[in-house]
Design a protein around this ligand. Sequence first.
Ligand code: ADP
Length: 192
Amino acid sequence: MQFIFLGPPGAGKGTQASILADRWQVPHISTGDILRAAIAGKTSLGIQAHTHVEAGELVPDLLIMALIRERFGEPDMKRGWILDGFPRTLAQAQALDELLTRFRQPHPQTLYFEVSTENLVARMLARGRQDDTAATVRRRLEVYQTDTLPLIDFYKKRECLITIDGNHPADAVTQTLQASLLVNQSSQLARV
Ligand code: ADP
């Protein structure tokens, strides 16, 4: 169970990741949650990250990679994992590849959550997080288009990308997701 949950901000990756991590009993690694906790706790990571997060910009790759490297060193990662909100740039995706080789971990499947811009904006404004103001939401969507969208092709080329329609209520998306994974598993078995 090694998964990357990829998709725009507000796509519901975090909701699905926490449901499935609980069901599968694997760690749910949300870089957004880790950064928010670091900011609230005024740790050195939090102090370095907070201006970027509040502006709707990405936190520098080096900081994110240090955080992820440390997390992969924890023993619970051997059971499997769900990465939520990471990688978000090509440089992060390449650094993750190196990290997986170093930790002798398998390459993950990538679930891409597709959601209309209208739904994304409505969801983010409704959840009212501190970085969910109208201006920040707009900026985060722009950053997603330029920095994160290229990852779809990156993982598509490896034939490890599964696209999920995330426009529906959370429990319907969970069902679609589990059904897609089953179909994918049986088509992989059929190929063997
Ligand atoms: P959302 O998916 O709704 O944008 P997240 O909780 O995943 O929310 O991320 C919140 C913020 O944390 C991002 O806007 C960004 O500033 C920062 N962040 C999270 N993950 C990363 C990452 N992998 N690389 C750079 N910045 C990140």
